[in-house]
Design a protein around this ligand. Structure first.
Ligand SMILES: Cc1cc2nc3c(=O)[nH]c(=O)nc-3n(C[C@H](O)[C@H](O)[C@H](O)COP(=O)(O)OP(=O)(O)OC[C@H]3O[C@@H](n4cnc5c(N)ncnc54)[C@H](O)[C@@H]3O)c2cc1C
Length: 383
């Protein structure tokens, strides 16, 4: 066993930690308050090599391993939770296109994703199918050199600012979830419309719905084989779920660090808050929970790098990472007293932001279903 990061990985962590502290943290609340997607920061992540971590070198990325990608998720999370969507989406989508996209798609999209010039989202969820993703109703019908897409997607991150989306639709509805295919759909195509939501958090992410009305997508934009979209692409969620755990842990650990500084200084009854065990043990509890998730996440990423099964590890991190992070941030908010309840401090926003990823990319129950399948067996699959 070896729990050490390489020297290169430690250097990368340091660069990103400094960047997060100096360039992200001071502006984290600005994008939320002003409702802006900071596209220039997606570009900045491109300069730092973060967007292209899971993109091969020949397409402008670095082809880094999953553990290194986890470091980026954790460190960017310390500065700006919403910008971690760039780490997670670009890793997930970069991998999907690199593994299953045509040569043309790779050549056109991967360099622009790596540089941060283009933002690409992924659209599975529909008004009547979320956890039961195989139950989607959008259709894609082959007509000559085009697939014609119809249907509605809901809850999609970067809906309002995405330049393209990987959209899942049924190419053969008679095959159930085996008849689903994935397509790279540029946002400017005729018949594709988007509408943003007034969300509780993750405001700069511009979540919303996509409406497809006879959208003509070239055949070359099919990703992977027809009717195999689900099985080929779903494996990518084992990566995004591990990254989400680390994004949340990074944000929560930053909150704990700030709160430790506060309780050392703030006094009640003549003594620093930190000298009361009710205060220190509470911080200890949350710190310990987050450390457990952090190492389970890096273990999952290490397993993925070794091509070993990691679905249940990934789901455990996705289930408990956001949950423990929300609990930790909530406690930090309380320990900072009434000022933390104002918008002068970032804690209320962190709480709102992280709660979103208790739902996005699979709820607690959805992940428990995956773990049940892993430890009890496929034949006792739970619903
Ligand atoms: C911040 C955020 C970002 C998102 N980004 C994207 C995105 O980029 N792309 C995308 O496609 N989607 C995205 N989503 C949508 C998300 O993936 C879905 O919301 C999620 O999968 C749950 O689906 P649902 O909302 O339809 O809830 P439902 O599936 O209706 O579930 C409702 C509740 O019932 C529970 N439940 C459902 N089935 C069972 C069962 N069998 N046993 C026990 N409990 C069950 C669920 O756990 C949940 O608590 C995002 C959502 C959020 C909040």
């Amino acid at each position: 066993m070896n729990f050490e990061f390489s020297e290169e990985q430690e250097q990368f962590r340091k660069i990103l930690r400094d960047f997060a502290k100096e360039e992200l943290l001071p502006h984290y609340t600005k994008w939320d308050r002003e409702g802006i997607t900071p596209r220039h920061l997606w570009k900045r992540l491109g300069d730092l090599g973060v967007n292209g971590l899971r993109i091969p070198e020949e397409y402008g990325g670095s082809g880094a391993d999953c553990v290194t990608t986890g470091i980026a998720a954790e460190e960017i999370g310390r500065g700006d939770f919403n910008l971690t969507y760039a780490v997670m989406l670009n890793a997930l989508i970069g991998e999907i296109i690199a593994k299953h996209g045509s040569a043309d798609l790779k050549g056109e999209w991967l360099p622009q994703i790596a540089s941060g010039d283009k933002i690409v989202g992924i659209a599975i969820t529909e008004p009547s199918a979320g956890t039961d993703a195989g139950g989607i109703q959008s259709t894609a019908k082959l007509e000559g050199n085009y697939y014609v897409l119809n249907g509605e997607k809901s809850g999609i991150s970067v809906a309002t600012c995405g330049d393209a989306f990987i959209i899942f639709a049924k190419t053969d509805p008679s095959l159930g979830n085996k008849g689903i295919s994935a397509f790279l759909v540029p946002a400017e195509l005729d018949g594709l419309e988007t509408k943003g939501y007034e969300d509780m958090g993750n405001i700069p992410i511009g979540r919303g719905s996509l409406y497809m009305n006879d959208v003509k997508v070239p055949v070359s934009n099919l990703i992977g084989s027809e009717n195999k979209g689900f099985s080929q692409v779903m494996n990518g969620f084992d990566l995004s779920r591990l990254l989400i755990g680390l994004q949340c842990v990074g944000t929560a650990m930053q909150s704990i660090d700030e709160t430790i500084e506060h309780v050392k200084i703030r006094k009640s009854f003549g003594r620093p808050l930190a000298t009361y065990q009710a205060v220190s043990f509470s911080l200890v509890t949350h710190f310990t929970q987050l450390e457990l998730i952090k190492w389970q996440a890096y273990r999952g990423l290490w397993l993925r790098d070794k091509n070993l099964d990691h679905s249940k590890e990934s789901s455990s991190v996705k289930w408990l990472g956001p949950k423990y992070s929300v609990e930790a941030i909530h406690e930090c908010l309380l320990l900072n007293g009434h000022y933390a309840y104002t918008k002068e401090m970032p804690l209320e926003q962190r709480l709102r932001d992280v709660i979103g990823l208790e739902i996005g990319d699979g709820t607690a129950q959805a992940n428990q279903m995956v773990i049940a399948k892993g430890i009890i067996g496929k034949e006792f699959r739970t619903y």
